[in-house]
Design a protein. Sequence first.
Length: 130
Amino acid sequence: MNPDDAAALRPNRNGMIRLRGKTDKGRRWNQEIDPELAVTLVKEHMAVVVNRSTIRRLYTNREFRRYIMMRDKYTCYFCGNYGDTLDHLLPRAKGGHTTPVNCVCACNECNQSKADRDVDEFIRESVRLT
């Protein structure tokens, strides 16, 4: 089974997909999630398919933060200054997920001023202000 093949997923009897992972301290956990979310997590490289009804999260919270910061070289996506926070391009409040595709490194100032706006809205308003 291809670990990147989200099409291979089949919900269990409850209509859910099992998500497995580890905490930052190494303790294992699992939960059942909606199949649509499972497909998104696999497609956006946050999880891999273990079997037809199970996916495994690739990163602990700490590992994920470190991965994004290193990927973006601690550079703010918006202004190019030093970045030390994570920002969701599509905010969680608007349906965005915490995945490598949707998260970027940001400086605290940009992250705070962007708040729960999506990227296009934030950039349009930033340009208007300058």
